[in-house]
Design a protein. Structure first.
Length: 247
């Protein structure tokens, strides 16, 4: 599962929503299946089994998050107006199910939940809002960063079923991989996805992820067991593919 990382120094400077603050270098990272619903990351950032990792090498990140853009899709830091956008989408059964949750029908999202989501986004320097055609439509992040191994895990989510299938997720994933393997110089990025989420698996395969394994019956979803598919991409695989992509 996730881990505790401790760097060389006890504190490090970090920019949070434009304000320079000091954060403890201890970083808690956990398994997450891949996205937001409601006001929090599905599967819960705060749930999981911790393991201790001792890091002595210089860290690979995180650096202050840049704005990453390709055509109509932009990955950017959160802005206050994203709270209103998040409220407007509500929560939808199709989206929730892809993360392993169950929701009988669409429901509203409270402003308090959206504000919690916004605060979590601001506090995490490896989280980006996905903007398409000038509007907040989802979020993407790297987590479970292990500096010594130069690896991280990707999680992404769009907020409404109408946003699916239009290529937004593919562009957002490729932009984040460009940052991960370029600026951050990671060696490996991986993810986990429910086996019945064929649309997401096809997106990840288009971005160069390979299927590396299956965790059988790892999630209880809507009264039945479901498998998790484990996928990953290495830096040499990314660089071989990236030159062929049309952003």
């Amino acid at each position: 599962m996730g881990g505790l990382l401790a760097g060389r120094s006890a504190w490090r400077p970090e920019t949070v929503c434009g304000r320079l603050v000091l954060q403890p270098r201890l970083r808690v990272v956990h398994e997450v299946r891949g996205g937001f619903f409601g006001g929090e990351w599905q599967s819960g950032i705060f749930a999981g089994t911790l393991r201790s990792v001792t890091v002595s090498d210089p860290p690979a990140g995180p650096a202050p998050r840049p704005i990453l853009a390709s055509g109509p899709v932009v990955l950017r830091p959160p802005q206050p107006e994203d709270v209103e956008a998040r409220v407007s989408y509500g929560r939808h059964p199709e989206i929730v199910r892809m993360y392993g949750g169950v929701l009988p029908e669409p429901v509203a999202l409270s402003r308090e939940a959206a504000q919690r989501w916004y605060a979590e986004m601001c506090a995490d320097p490896l989280s980006w809002v996905i903007e398409a055609e000038g509007r907040c439509v989802g979020a993407v992040r790297l987590h479970s960063l292990i500096d010594r191994d130069r690896r991280a895990r990707l999680a992404i989510g769009l907020f409404h079923p109408d946003l699916l299938g239009g290529g937004i997720g593919t562009l957002a994933t490729r932009l984040l991989l460009q940052h991960a393997f370029g600026t951050m110089q990671l060696h490996r990025v991986d993810l986990r996805v429910l086996a019945f989420n064929g649309r997401a698996i096809r997106c990840y395969e288009k971005c160069g992820f390979l299927r590396e394994g299956v965790e059988r019956e790892s999630a209880w979803v809507d009264g039945a067991w479901a498998d998790d598919v484990l996928m990953g991409i290495l830096e040499d695989e990314y660089h071989a593919l990236a030159s062929t992509w049309e952003f």
